[in-house]
Design a protein around this ligand. Structure first.
Ligand code: ADP
Ligand code: GLC
Length: 493
């Protein structure tokens, strides 16, 4: 019988409350899977302006948060539950920081993001104290909450309430590190002696993620491959040496999928439900998708989908470079996303130029994301780097075969089609070049068009794959337990 572990899980976005990417999917699902294994977990996030207070339960407490040189600031507290569960999620309310339309930016990143998220970290600890919830594990995610391991190992090291709390930091994306002017040290309230290149300093700035990596007790990332990649210059974004120095505590744990949300058998957003035993519905979904994008209603034409942020990470430059070549193959393609302005303009223009082959929707649209997963034959994800990637895993369940670059979680989840044996669940390329992308798409399209039986067999196999949160949660629990026992042992030394 395992001891019960108390975990304080802090993240900047959590579904269904606020989402810009996969971090929200993970934060909405992993805590539930941990709770199912007996972990006593409480989630904390900001009460962004877009989250209606009326839908939450007000907790009558005011948290005084020590913001160092800014003095003490106050936060209100709200509560709700992760969907379909009794896992509590707490919202930190502070109008001046979170009463804005975006999560992190409008046109540009908010200038006070450092303060906004250090506040989240500090308020989460303060909340834990106010609730009398003594965490065995404080689980932080990405740079936004990377101050948590730092605070626990510095200012709070001897704190009676937190001195047995260990920290886990999960890296969902190393590109964003939280680099800010060094005056942030005074707001953090952490001694300046930690402002050194082994801990919090990078080029005379504070790098919150670097600090988190230095001070956390366990460092995890969201696939095994990415755990290796981030130790190399190509993927380390300047932190590769720092991560190598901490590689003894680094683990790669693949994300799972919430199949209640992402499964064509139960999906309320799609035109017809289907599964691997009754596949007919997929053709209706394809037709529905073609209608939505004003494309000719052709069953025979291979339809490729893309859903994702329009940023370099996702390989949008590669797609843009070869798009006209791809469209010359007699295919249809639809894209959903938003991000860099050039990309929004470019893809919209292409939709105007090739209305019978290419459709583009700029914006964030969850229902359409589901409809693209269901209605496409192939799903394109040519990322330059991809810590885990969720869309390709969702695609598998929808029988929509992924075309991916072999990096990070894409490489760990997609098995290249082998025409000799018929094995595989998608199509992969290695070099991030337009040529490689073009030829791999051509191969996938040809397989879809000319080898329909092999393609169908692969689709059905892909739909049976199961990427379970239970497995992932078990691996996190192993880490939690190891840290818990280490702390107990230390007490007797
Ligand atoms: P990342 O977190 O790097 O953006 P992931 O593949 O892990 O990539 O997760 C992206 C998540 O965000 C998926 O759930 C995807 O469906 C969703 N998503 C991305 N862009 C959009 C969009 N424009 N509209 C709706 N959902 C989107
Ligand atoms: C990040 C990564 C993505 C990953 C997600 C959830 O946003 O870019 O690859 O799936 O986090 O871990």
């Amino acid at each position: 019988m395992n001891p019960q572990i108390n975990t304080l899980f802090v993240a900047s976005e959590v579904v269904p409350f606020a989402k810009t990417g996969g971090l929200a999917d993970v934060s909405g699902a992993l805590p539930k899977a941990l709770a199912a294994l007996g972990v006593n977990v409480k989630v904390v996030m900001p009460r962004y302006y877009s989250i209606d207070r009326e839908t939450l339960e007000h907790i009558p407490m005011a948290l005084g948060v020590d913001m160092g040189s800014m003095g003490e600031l106050w936060a209100g507290v709200y509560r709700s539950h992760l969907s379909g569960s009794d896992v509590e999620i707490y919202f930190i309310d502070h109008e001046a920081f979170y009463g804005r339309s975006g999560l992190y930016h409008e046109e540009e990143a908010y200038a006070d993001n450092d303060i906004r998220f250090v506040f989240l970290s500090k308020a989460a600890l303060q909340l834990s104290r106010a609730l009398g919830f003594r965490p065995d594990i404080v689980h932080a995610n990405d740079w936004h909450t990377a101050a948590l391991p730092v605070l626990l190992k510095t200012t709070l090291r001897e704190d009676a309430f937190f001195k047995e709390s260990a920290s886990v930091l999960t890296l969902h994306n190393l590109q964003h590190q939280g680099v800010f002017a060094k005056e942030l040290m005074d707001v953090l309230g952490v001694d300046w002696r930690y402002f050194n290149p082994m801990q919090l300093e990078a080029m005379d700035n504070v790098n919150l993620l670097k600090g988190g990596i230095a001070f956390c007790d366990a460092l995890t990332t969201v696939s095994r491959k990415y755990a290796h990649e981030i130790q190399t210059p190509e993927f380390g974004f300047g932190l590769e040496a720092h991560i190598r120095a901490h590689a003894h505590k680094l683990y790669g744990i693949l994300n799972g999928v919430d199949y209640e949300e992402w499964s064509p058998a139960v999906d309320p957003y799609i035109a017809a439900r289907y599964d691997s035993n009754s596949f007919e519905g997929k053709a209706l979904c394809k037709r529905d998708l073609q209608e939505r994008f004003g494309l000719p209603l052709r069953e025979d034409v291979p339809l490729i989908g893309f859903v994702g942020r329009f940023v370099t990470q996702k390989g949008i430059e590669l797609i843009a470079t070869v798009l006209e070549g791809l469209l010359a193959m007699d295919i249809q393609m639809v894209m959903l996303g938003s991000g860099e302005q050039w990309a929004e303009a470019f893809f919209s223009n292409m939709a105007g130029k090739y209305p019978d082959r290419f459709g583009c929707h700029i914006g964030y649209n969850n229902a359409l994301a589901h409809q693209i997963e269901a209605g496409s034959d192939l799903f394109l994800m040519p990322s330059l780097f991809e810590p885990c990637g969720l869309n390709q895993i969702y695609s598998l369940r929808y029988g929509t075969l992924p075309i991916v670059r072999a990096t990070g979680g894409l490489d760990d989840t997609i098995v290249n089609y082998d025409p000799a044996t018929g094995e595989g669940n998608g199509f992969k390329f290695w070099y991030a070049t337009p040529d490689a992308l073009y030829h791999t798409v051509q191969w996938a399209v040809d397989t879809c068009r000319y080898q329909p039986e092999a393609f169908r067999a692969m689709q059905l196999r892909a739909m049976k794959a199961h990427f379970s949160w239970k497995d992932a949660a078990r691996q996190y629990l192993d880490i939690y337990l190891a840290l818990y026992y280490q702390n107990r042992i230390k007490r007797y030394q």
